[in-house]
Design a protein around this ligand. Structure first.
Ligand SMILES: Nc1ncnc2c1ncn2[C@@H]1O[C@H](COP(=O)(O)OP(=O)(O)OP(=O)(O)O)[C@@H](O)[C@H]1O
Length: 315
């Protein structure tokens, strides 16, 4: 989980107030408000169709919306051209001409900006300097990710928008992409990260806005969202007919015991939950098997706020 954030709270780089967006009869974003602080990784999280892309596209000035939005002090509807010079957007593979080389792509995207950084340090920094003459289609998945980031940083933006960077990547490539995002922030750039992976948001983001069906259902640091959870933590182990759970049920640390599907789950918020359960069951003839802990995560926060699992919605 991220360390407590150290951003300047008095200086939001993005403010969103009452953002509302309809596509015909579909209410895609419903009265959403939040602010993004300078230097943070801000997550926009939620299941498919919850309104993440619509929110971020509105903030970038792509298309009309209702409400008030300021990015770096600019109104994205009236000052979109000026804003485009100061923000970075991560593109999707499908948006790049596959046969162009890395240098040709940098040339192409440079034409959008009044000023760009020098290519060579950028390519070196993201470890694709040896690939400058390679076609996009010939790059490995990891090299493509790094090129997306280099292109998004070509105009030395103050805020960069990263949308589903890790969708479809295997766990190792995903972690490598996370390190890239952290590096962007280390260079002093504010990052707005769109993802439907709750675990990704929990790992990477200083604060997250969780959307569901166009509504903002939670906004805070992952740590505080988890601390507010009623669910507490849990311990789980294999069930056995000879296990007597009365003692466990009576423990001060245990708030609830569930016995179903061949496992026993004991929940509670106390730090000594695990140790007191283990101690209580130690004397019994049946040994504890497959003991493990259950830590609540952002998916539990989503479930508590919406009454649904994220998978159950919009897929
Ligand atoms: N161009 C469009 N025309 C009509 N409806 C749209 C359009 N774009 C999005 N929507 C609808 O608006 C809602 C929010 O979509 P949006 O793409 O913002 O969600 P999302 O959280 O980014 O989802 P995903 O992860 O699938 O991109 C959905 O109901 C979607 O079907």
């Amino acid at each position: 989980m991220s360390e407590p954030s150290t951003q300047d709270e008095s200086n939001p780089v993005i403010t969103v107030e009452g953002l509302t967006k309809h596509y015909g009869d579909v209410l895609a974003v419903d009265d959403v408000s939040f602010a993004v602080r300078e230097g943070e990784i801000f997550g926009v999280v939620g299941p498919n169709g919850s309104g993440k892309t619509t929110t971020v596209e509105s903030v970038m000035g792509l298309g009309p919306f209702e409400g008030e939005v300021r990015v770096l002090g600019l109104d994205p509807r009236r000052e979109r051209t000026a804003l485009a010079q100061r923000i970075g957007m991560q593109l999707q593979a499908a948006e790049l001409p596959a046969r162009l080389t890395v240098l040709e792509l940098l040339d192409l995207f440079s034409t959008f900006y009044d000023e760009t950084v020098a290519y060579e340090p950028l390519l070196e920094m993201w470890g694709i300097d040896d690939e400058r003459h390679s076609r996009f289609e010939a790059l490995s998945g990891g090299q493509q990710q790094r090129l997306f980031i280099a292109l998004a940083l070509l105009n030395d933006p103050e805020v960069v928008f990263v949308d589903e960077l890790t969708t479809g990547l295997d766990p190792e490539a995903r972690e490598a992409a996370w390190r890239l995002v952290e590096r962007i922030r280390e260079e002093g750039t504010t990052v707005v990260l769109v993802t439907h992976y709750m675990a990704e948001a929990e790992t990477l983001c200083d604060r997250v806005a969780i959307l569901d069906d166009g509504d903002l259902v939670a906004l805070d640091t992952p740590r505080d969202l988890l601390a507010d959870l009623d669910a507490g933590r849990g311990v789980v182990f294999d069930d056995h007919p000879d296990l007597d759970l009365d003692g466990v049920r009576g423990l001060e640390a245990v708030e609830r015991v569930e016995r179903a599907d061949g496992v026993v789950r004991a929940f509670g918020a106390a730090d000594d939950l695990v140790s007191s359960v283990v101690l209580e069951l130690e004397g019994q003839a049946t040994p504890l098997r497959n003991l493990r802990t259950l830590q609540p995560d952002l998916a539990d926060v989503f479930m508590e706020r919406t009454g649904r699992t994220e998978e159950a919605h919009g897929r």
